[in-house]
Design a protein around this ligand. Structure first.
Ligand code: SAH
Length: 521
């Protein structure tokens, strides 16, 4: 019996074109408001066609291999005409590509999603729609304005302020006044004074609360709450610019009590987190918990050294070592991966003592069921070297033997960890097991003056950042660094540096909380 799968669309369509278009809403800006489905679709895309309102942190989720087409802006600052966008979608899909059309907010709310679907349908291309969180409701929410409240209104109206001429013929202001609901105008920054005066002319009380909300859900969101009579003047004073939405109605008065987003400890900071490619940053999650807007940018890649005879040799003779010292979680990962590859059982490590440079590395070791024997007070290379040297010299004297330390780490690692061992005459083997390379050039110029701080967790992330952000004035960069060495690298380029007290992620978060207290207030 022939079975038809419901919802699979016309079989003929699917046969003719392997390609497909997903119309995806990216939400208002905050990456946390992007839907799970949208993210899943984005990660599988071959081509992404996006607008200027899509948040940077969402664009950062686009896979590197994916073709990106920015239709929000081209060189002369003019957006690509709608007809051309439609053609791009069709062309890419007909070539068999998985095309994601990524739009700010929700694709069907003043997003021209309908127009694009017409062309897509005409060409028989299969498609799906992934709704997004619209700015019309979420931007007021991030400003403490519930768009409805039973005490104040019974409806909400979303209106475009971008009409050819804002005469009564375009928008029926008297009817809007009669409904008595909350009014939300998108694309209305330029026409806001006209909107206010038309509403007053149509009989609305000039003292009706009204607000304009700029760059909502970002670290730099601003709001002006006033009334219909004074909003134009107040907004001009504050120099409110697009993108912003205008809200009219009693609910606006609640912002004074309900504002919250910018009050979070890091709610006013936009932080760029540089990290190795392919590994998520523990720092990002922590900063987001405190309300920061985070753009994660991979500036370096770490690769396991594949043909590593030295490592294989060391592992086969692991019994010859008494200590093993790790300087990064990635080193731990590579070490145990290689053990498995060589079919060497972890029980062969019996009796070996483990040292870790800091808490993240210790956790990576503990995750493998091994407790760490030594971790320095300060989490850096020199401190690890010193602590190891002290301990080993004492043990060697006591037992009248000389122990051997294995240090599996990055190929271009710092010499700091080795110096104290050399000075104390401790025997060790410095073993390169992974390589750090700066990430390839990226077409995005991620860094701009909206970034408040850049977080660096190693000197190589600084070098990677410098390679990616070539044409900027580095003296404007405020670099939050995990330790002295990283800060030293940042200072070479003239960046203003801030150094975490202890070289750990926790300590960096503490530093950001301190900086958040003084910034943007
Ligand atoms: N489809 C989008 C709206 C597109 S029209 C949505 O559902 O949100 C573009 C208008 O949306 C802008 O002119 C502005 O009025 C509003 N807008 C979008 N993002 C915004 C933001 N982060 N802050 C304030 N207004 C925003």
């Amino acid at each position: 019996m022939k079975t038809e799968i419901q919802g699979a669309g016309s079989g003929d369509q699917n046969k003719n074109h392997r390609g497909k278009v997903w119309l995806v809403g990216a939400g208002p800006h905050d990456a946390g408001l992007f839907t799970l489905k949208g993210k899943a679709v984005l990660e599988q895309a071959d081509v992404v066609v996006y607008d200027h309102l899509v948040g940077q942190s969402i664009l950062a989720m686009i896979p590197k291999t994916c073709k990106r087409i920015n239709v929000g802006k081209i060189s002369g600052n003019h957006p690509v005409p709608q007809k051309e966008i439609n053609q791009i979608l069709v062309k890419e899909a007909l070539e068999g590509k998985r095309v994601v059309r990524l739009k700010g907010g929700d694709p069907f709310l003043f997003g021209r999603g309908g127009e694009e679907l017409e062309t897509i349908c005409e060409n028989g291309i299969p498609f799906e729609v992934v709704p997004g969180v619209t700015s019309a409701i979420s931007v007021p929410a991030y400003n403490g304005i519930p768009v409805t409240h039973r005490d104040y209104c019974s409806s909400v109206h979303i209106i475009t302020g971008h009409t050819k001429n804002l005469e009564r013929a375009d928008i029926d202001f008297p009817s809007l006044v009669k409904f008595g609901g909350t009014l939300i105008f998108l694309m209305g920054v330029a026409s806001m004074p006209v909107i206010c005066s038309e509403l007053i002319d149509a009989g609305m009380d000039p003292e009706t609360p009204a607000a304009i909300l700029e760059r909502g859900t970002t670290a730099h969101q601003r709001r002006v709450v006033s009334d219909l009579a004074h909003l134009p003047e107040e907004s001009a004073k504050a120099e409110i610019r697009t993108p912003a939405i205008v809200v009219v109605g009693k609910v606006c008065s609640l912002a004074e009590r309900f504002h919250w987003a910018e009050d979070r400890p890091l709610g006013r900071l936009k932080i760029m987190v540089t990290r190795p490619k392919g590994r998520s940053s523990a720092l990002t999650a922590r900063l987001q918990e405190y309300g920061a807007e985070v753009v994660e940018v991979p500036t370096i890649e770490t690769d396991m050294i594949l043909e590593n005879e030295l490592l294989s040799e060391a592992l086969k003779n692991i019994g010859e070592y008494q200590w093993i010292a790790f300087t990064s979680p990635f080193g731990v990962q590579v070490f145990f991966q290689k053990l498995l590859e060589l079919k060497i059982d972890v029980r062969k490590l019996l009796g070996l003592k483990f040292a870790a440079i800091g808490t993240a590395t210790r956790k990576a070791i503990e995750d493998r069921g091994i407790l760490v024997d030594l971790m320095p007070e300060i989490y850096d290379g020199r401190a690890l070297g010193e602590a190891l040297a002290r301990r080993i010299v004492a043990e060697d004297e006591k037992n009248d033997e000389q122990q051997l330390v294995l240090i599996p780490r990055a190929k271009i690692g710092t010499e700091e960890v080795l110096k104290p061992l050399d000075e104390a005459g401790v025997l060790y083997e410095d073993l390169p097991i992974y390589d750090t390379v700066e990430a390839p050039d990226d077409e995005f110029s991620w860094y701009d003056d909206t970034v408040d701080y850049v977080a660096f967790t190693s000197a190589s992330t600084v070098r990677g950042f410098v390679r990616m952000a070539k044409d900027i004035d580095y003296t404007t960069v405020k670099a939050v660094c995990i330790g002295e060495q990283t800060a030293g690298e940042a200072a070479k380029y003239g960046m203003k540096t801030f150094i975490a007290e202890k070289a750990s992620i926790d300590s960096m978060v503490e530093l950001f909380l301190e900086l958040g207290k003084n910034d943007g207030q």
